[in-house]
Design a protein around this ligand. Sequence first.
Ligand SMILES: Cc1cc2nc3c(=O)[nH]c(=O)nc-3n(C[C@H](O)[C@H](O)[C@H](O)COP(=O)(O)OP(=O)(O)OC[C@H]3O[C@@H](n4cnc5c(N)ncnc54)[C@H](O)[C@@H]3O)c2cc1C
Length: 426
Amino acid sequence: MHFDVVIIGGGAGGLELAAQLGRHLGKHLGGEHVLLVDRFPFHIWKPTLHEVAAGTLDAHQEGLSYPVLARRNHFSFAMGEFSALDAQRKTITLAEIRNGDGELVVPQRVISFKRLVLALGSGSNSFGTPGIEHAYLLENVRDAQRFHTDWLSASSRASFATDRSLSIAIVGAGATGVELSAELLEAHAALLQSQGSAQRFRLDITLVEGSGRILAGLPERISEQATVALRRKGVNVLTDTRVVELRKGTLVTSNGEIHADMIVWAAGIKASDANAALGLEVNRINQFVVDDHLRTSVPDVYAMGDCAACPWTEEKTVPARAQAAHQQATYLARVLGALQREQEVNEAFQYKDFGSLVSLGDNKGVGNLMGGLAGKNFFVEGLIAKWMYMSLHLMHHRAILGSVKTALLAFARLLQQRVSGRLKLH
Ligand SMILES: Cc1cc2nc3c(=O)[nH]c(=O)nc-3n(C[C@H](O)[C@H](O)[C@H](O)COP(=O)(O)OP(=O)(O)OC[C@H]3O[C@@H](n4cnc5c(N)ncnc54)[C@H](O)[C@@H]3O)c2cc1C
């Protein structure tokens, strides 16, 4: 099997790239130019994983099937786990797929390429903390669904227990930890409403952060507003508290022990250890080192999104954010489209930071918008910030579905929520 462009990873960046390139190159030739590979059969936009975990978003309704997206956007799709790269022969290997009984379903496949794009994303960073196996992670849809199932059963247990309480500790107060805290409180309120007074229980959330403030990567004003909002909702926000060990039901921290029925690890970012074995240059968190044209250390192999360390300023690399993956997808679509026509784009990739928005549940958000009028930095909060936050998800859908289908999908989901309620209870 051969494709001109093979993209591995159908996430926030890789899927947008496949859709743009497919529409550009594959329209008249039926999708044999561009191949997208992913280990899952359907796509969920990663910034919504905390909603899947809380049950305020149903992954099966929200998930967009890759084969359908491929047909509509004129690219091909192969489901499989990327397991090896032969840079000399210009081939990749996808591992065999077996079913739950261990029977072979799809054999190992070797695919040759002219150009390869790695868009493999990243996970959290345990920083070598002992006992990490006692924590839930939030790295993919499977993790989020597992947490959701267990939190529903822990909630049922709590509502029949003598103390009628459930404690959840979230380690790491970046966007993931902050948004998950707020979303769980919202899900808890909806759960109590649907269960009635006989099954009431208290939800105690502790958000633990090693540095001096939550959302440490964002401007101080955003951290302050988010801290006030979370504390007002009853979240126990602990800063300057480093987690040194996890035990079943306990966090051992630099300031003492914290009991928690469930622990979620949402700290740091790190790309897969497997990246270091591919023969490409990687940094200390396993990101592929790329130049300002997103080229790795091997010719014709590019990397983008969270798995790439791309130069930004003198000291910093481009941050691991959905908006960076989106901008890199647009850039690479232009570069690879031109190369297919045997032209070249000399212009380097330049990341533009448009600011950050964080959801605080209850139709509230907080954030900053950069580079607006006269290059000023605007602070936004409340409902406006929440709407802007939601519009980022719609923009991602628009890039892969087009405007009309995005509007239809948003309307269909609104109707579905009216009929079935917002919280997924099964
Ligand atoms: C809960 C949460 C909230 C977030 N909120 C925000 C936010 O508000 N704003 C923001 O800008 N960013 C946010 N982020 C970060 C954002 O999601 C990432 O920066 C973005 O998704 C990166 O895009 P990507 O394409 O590089 O990787 P991803 O979107 O992670 O996609 C990687 C893809 O690669 C596939 N893959 C990985 N390894 C393999 C393999 N070996 N074989 C086959 N397929 C493979 C995966 O299945 C996945 O589909 C959030 C992240 C989380 C977890």
